[in-house]
Ligand binder design. Structure first.
Ligand code: PSV
Ligand code: MN
Ligand code: MN
Length: 383
């Protein structure tokens, strides 16, 4: 088993995974959590140090607001990582109660567009190329607002943001079928996101968050369709049992993650040239956060490794000859293969720990952070 195709594969980690988090019932305080964006970047760098898989960290503005973004980017470099996507925030301002980019009031829309100009400046200062927008806008009651007018206003706001971008910057547009509004979200699905991206131009692409679909949705079908259109810009990986659970990717349904990776591999979209940004969007409410992130990037690598094992020539022959069970069996053969040993060997060959979770535990980093960081912050509380 050789996995040369994994050489250039990377996963981006989110700054918000390292702060305290919880549900609307309780946020649990963990020892040693970061007190500022610098410490979040330092924690994120631990994931890369022990796995070699996570060289970028996404920021969330204003949660990660600092005076000098170039200095933050330089610090990230010292730590062996760099700044990835910049996420805007349209959900924590009283002005946005009835919407942001789709709000009926032009002044609120202008404020939301201006926030994205700030994010574009952060990208220029940090070298980030991806502006990531999750639009929380929506309505709770039928008749509350015109569904159609909201789409028109949203299209106009997005156009203003797109126009303000540099030629080498991308706009990544996420969708979510419910929450924080429950009657109609303004970007509820991949089709709506894709339509807005098509209207904007080729540097606008869809973000697929694995937790943002109704139960039973065939996510790999969406992956295939977006790849066909060259509009899959990024993943937000996580796992769900019920709603937007944000649990560790590959924990709830490793087979689904494998099926997604099969679609990715079938068109070579795991290679950097495809520019699909494989990101995590997770919270670690009850487990340790850095080991949770390490486990997560390893789960993604494992799913990709299994997808690379599919005997594509035999599969294609079975599919063309109508061999239903044979074709399914070939896929299952790859999924059932235990790749953990070969991946550990591979890490060792590259000077990385065979067991990154154990290596992190042995490093003493968590104990030092717990002893020296007093008053760590809640994820999403800002710096
Ligand atoms: C809210 O659902 C959310 O989890 C979205 O998935 C965003 O990507 C993330 O928050 C960060 O804004
Ligand atoms: Mn997300
Ligand atoms: Mn989410």
């Amino acid at each position: 088993m050789t996995f040369d195709e994994l050489d250039e594969f990377t996963v981006e980690v989110p700054s918000w995974a390292y702060g305290n988090s919880g549900t609307r019932f309780k946020v649990f305080a963990a020892p040693g959590v970061p007190r500022d964006p610098y410490e979040k970047v330092a924690d994120a760098a631990q994931v890369h140090r022990h796995t070699g898989l996570a060289p970028r960290v996404s920021l969330h503005i204003p949660w990660d607001r600092v005076d000098d973004y170039a200095a933050l980017a330089a610090y990230a470099k010292e730590q062996g990582v760099r700044i990835g996507a910049i996420n805007s925030n349209l959900f924590q301002d009283d002005d946005y109660k009835l919407g942001s980019l789709a709000h009926a009031d032009p002044a609120v829309r202008a404020k939301a567009v201006a926030h994205h100009r700030e994010c574009l400046d952060v990208m220029r200062a940090t070298g980030s190329k991806d502006l990531k927008i999750w639009l929380p806008d929506g309505t709770n009651y039928a008749g509350q607002d015109s569904l159609r007018d909201r789409q028109d206003r949203l299209a106009d706001s997005l156009q203003r943001i797109y126009t303000a971008m540099d030629p080498d910057q991308r706009l990544l547009l996420e969708y979510k079928f419910f929450e924080p509004y429950f009657y109609a979200m303004d970007i509820p699905d991949w089709g709506t996101s894709l339509l807005h991206c098509l209207a904007l131009g080729e540097r606008a692409q869809v973000v697929l968050d694995t937790g943002h679909h109704a139960p039973g949705t065939n996510i790999e079908f969406i992956v295939m369709q977006l790849l066909r259109q060259d509009r899959l810009g990024a993943f937000d990986f996580n796992s769900r049992f019920y709603a937007d659970d944000d649990l560790i990717v590959g924990s709830a349904d490793p087979f689904q993650l494998f099926r997604i990776m099969v679609e990715i591999v079938s068109v070579g979209a795991h290679r950097p040239a495809s520019r699909v940004n494989f990101m995590l969007d997770q919270c670690h409410n009850i487990e340790e956060k850095i080991p949770g992130q390490i486990r997560s990037v390893l789960n993604v690598e494992q799913a990709l490794a299994k997808a690379l094992l599919v005997d594509t020539a035999a599969l294609s022959a079975a599919q063309r000859s109508g061999d239903v069970l044979g074709a399914h069996g070939l896929l299952m053969d790859a999924f059932e293969t235990d790749v953990r040993g070969p991946l550990a060997d591979r890490r060792e060959e590259r000077g990385l720990p065979r067991d990154p979770v154990a290596a992190f535990a042995a490093s003493g980093y968590a104990a030092t952070a717990a002893a020296t960081r007093v008053g760590g912050r809640q994820a999403g509380w800002g710096a």
